[in-house]
Design a protein around this ligand. Sequence first.
Ligand SMILES: [Zn+2]
Length: 410
Amino acid sequence: MSQPPHPRTSSAIPPTAILHQTSGPDSPEKPEIMSSEEEVEVNHGKGVIWRGGYRIPLIRLRFNDVCDEGSTVILNSGLNLHDVLVDAVVGVLDALYTPKTAPTNVRSVTFIVRSMDGVAYTTGMDIDDDHKEIHFSTDYIAGVNERSNGKQNKQEILGVIRHEMVHCFQYNAFGGANGGLIEGIADWVRYKAGFRPPHWHRGEGNEWDDGYERTAYFLLWLEDQYGPETVPRINGWMKSRRYSDKLFIDLFNEKPDELFQRYKKWCDEHKEEESSEAACGGDAKESAPDKEESCPETSPQNEGDDHSYVEVSEPREDCNVSEVKLVARDRLCKLTYDGTGSFKRFLNSFEGLIEVLDSNMSEGERKLLLVTALKGDALAWLDAIDPEDEVDYPGLKVLLESNSSAAYKS
Ligand SMILES: [Zn+2]
């Protein structure tokens, strides 16, 4: 999460592998915006580095263990991390600002690849919030590699980096902004960059601030209604104000809940278009490198085993717990089993999510959730196995599993 940008004068930078250097200590604090003719393309070693009219902060890269499986996945992904990180800075600034309005307080971004729970998080260094750290989990990307047979690696690395980079530069109403909105803006930028994972779908979520892609799609709709400056205006509103939902009344003359109701109605009326659009990348501004591979149709591994994005925000216990639960609830809502593929794998995901959500959940409630996740052939099995709704939860799991392995063999 970023603090509202404001100029700082000095701060120590711990030594790590330096990807490239921006302004030295003697450089002017607020360099003039260069015109495009004068612009220096990324200039290694010395001087201020510019790209597309934006000042690039010092970017540093650290692998805590290059032998870690997830590190290998990143190093073998074919991505040039220099370009990926610089492009992420420019892409984020260009999505939310212009060269004249872009904040210049961020002095460095350190990208740290290490083993940890969750996906990634962004934080300011203890010493100075204008030095940002993006922590990226090797365990997570190793899991993506395994589940997708490597097909989602690039898209996911690019997408997570873009999302986290937004947190380095976005305004957050002095730290008090609605968390769902902050995450929604980050995923809106990710979507616009073309790094949409296959499990994202328009029209999901029950509240405008459910966060992540659910709020991102709401923002995309707002943008359609109110023009391309919509999200930059929302972000800009939070530069110098304390957060309240008045933001939406100021900018759109309506409360966010009312706007969201209109959005949901619109989604219901345009369901057909979404499913064809969802198949291949929507209106993404840049095309994703592996776009064809990210289509649900060509990534069966991701269908029904859908857990490619569980971000854990800043490591603060109170907000971590609720955010993980929120994500688990969402994943559970989307998790279905139609009789194809491994029931066991489905069940492992199903029970894992329930453990996160409510490990004390009763068997009756577990059965209800399991039964409502069945579709197609699996639903037909259920009718045959338990026509009177009498079998208990453990019994139902056993029967479904034996049915599934019998169907597999036939
Ligand atoms: Zn985030």
